[in-house]
Write a new protein. Structure first.
Length: 439
């Protein structure tokens, strides 16, 4: 991957790059970009490219509306689905104030600060994302419908699985962009798919997740389909999750594979911190009203618990060996802002380590069919976005990780969404019009 400004400028010149997209996202994780011409790229690296931050929901008021996008040279990627003559390249950017300081609402910078905190503790955190999505047919105008692309189920093959060629195109496109897909398959729901890409450091994984969503949507559209990352697009079918896999690395060694007592205590405290703090950060991991329709069914968790191998748990420890040893958080969904989600989850793990939290006993039962004597003893995840927001507002941990102003703005935006949603006469139609088409 190109690492320096001078190398990037040379790459742009030698590879017929004529358009450059400077990409970022708002607090809610909605992707944004500005396109510039190659001659403007040196200035972008030196000073940034200004934009109207007041026009980005939740950013600034109109009296202080200038912010600047500064591209990260290590993130350059040519977009394979755009023309090969007069090529289009994309950078992920950090958002700066006019004085060059970090903007409080730059979720990418928030994640970077959490990762630096880990370095101070002597650890880095490797992150892998397993993301589910649906493929739907489109109508004669190209608008999305709720008709699934196929009626396949988990790990089905053609002709039941009609998405295998689409997944193949997606995987090849990701590979061309430097993202290594590991597995792809049909998931439980009709038209539901999953593609997992190789783990990496937290910042790269968050950047790659945005690339992944863009690739999936672009390839789907090219095939006359609509890709939905909504957590619960079909009422009576499986929801789509974003399972976050985490491992701790110290001096290049995955501590999860260690049998040393000190390392076991560290990893147990890391997991304990995530278990303790997940209810407080659920408003960010599950950001839509419909996110809470997914939790508690079709292998999506409802309780704060953990176990080896068990897919009914909030945290699962996969039965693997070697460098693939890790923990898996199963509650988040693909509507989340990955920078904020990863920042909170990793920070919660570090919180557990710093406070030497003990790991609760594992719950090795099927929680979907467990007796109430078991489930009544467990803490539950929030039942609604309203409840999740109340927990987030009262969380000193969330405030410390994201910053008070970012939390305040996020909560305000979400409360406005909830108010509009609650006023809607037909909740399903409101979801389809305001969420389904855009997530």
């Amino acid at each position: 991957m190109t690492a320096t400004v001078s190398e990037v400028l040379e790459f742009v010149k030698e590879n017929d790059v004529k358009f450059i997209r400077l990409a970022f996202c708002d607090l809610l994780g909605r992707p944004k970009n500005i396109s510039i011409m190659p001659d403007e790229l040196p200035m972008a690296f030196e000073q940034g490219i200004s934009f109207d931050a007041h026009a980005i929901s939740g950013f600034t008021d109109i009296t202080k509306s200038d912010l600047f996008l500064v591209p990260d040279p290590t993130t350059i990627s040519v977009l394979p689905w755009r023309p090969q003559q007069g090529r289009v390249a994309r950078f992920y950017c950090n958002i700066k104030n006019p004085d060059g300081s970090a903007f409080w609402g730059d979720s990418r910078a928030i994640l970077q600060s959490v990762l630096k905190r880990g370095e101070q503790l002597g650890y880095s955190c490797m992150v892998g994302a397993e993301c589910e999505f649906y493929l739907f047919k489109t109508d004669e105008k190209g608008e999305p419908t709720l008709i699934p692309f196929d009626q396949g189920g988990y790990l089905d093959v053609a002709p039941l699985d009609k998405g295998e060629n689409v997944r193949r195109e997606i995987c090849l496109c990701l590979e061309e962009m430097g993202i290594q897909p590991e597995t792809s398959h049909h998931e439980q729901g009709p038209g539901q798919n999953e593609i997992d890409f190789r783990f990496s450091d937290g910042l790269s994984c968050a950047d790659n997740f945005f690339t992944f969503k863009q690739v999936v949507k672009s390839i789907a559209e090219r095939n006359g389909l609509f890709a939905s990352f909504s957590p619960k697009p079909l009422v009576d079918r499986a929801g789509s999750g974003l399972h976050i896999n985490l491992s701790l690395v110290r001096n290049g060694f995955n501590v999860f594979r260690s049998s040393e007592k000190k390392d076991l205590m560290e990893t147990e405290s890391f997991i304990a911190g995530i278990l303790e703090k997940t209810p407080e950060m659920t408003a960010f991991l599950n950001p839509l009203p419909s996110s809470y329709d997914r939790l508690g069914a079709f292998e999506a968790p409802k309780y704060v618990s953990w176990s080896q191998g068990n897919r009914s748990q909030l945290v699962r420890i996969p039965e693997v060996t070697g460098d693939r040893m890790r923990m898996e958080l199963r509650s988040p969904d693909p509507a989340t802002n990955p920078y904020i989600a990863f920042a909170l989850v990793i920070s919660a793990g570090f919180y557990g380590m710093e406070h030497k939290l003990p790991l609760p006993e594992s719950v090795s039962v099927d929680l979907y069919n467990a007796d109430k004597s078991v489930t009544d003893s467990l803490k539950r995840l929030p039942d609604s976005l309203e409840e999740a927001l109340r927990l987030a507002e009262g969380s000193g941990f969330v405030q410390d990780t994201l910053g008070a102003r970012a939390v305040e703005r996020y909560v305000k935006l979400k409360k406005q969404e909830i108010e509009a949603y609650n006023l809607a006469r037909n909740k399903r139609e409101y979801f389809l019009e305001h969420y389904f088409k855009y997530i």
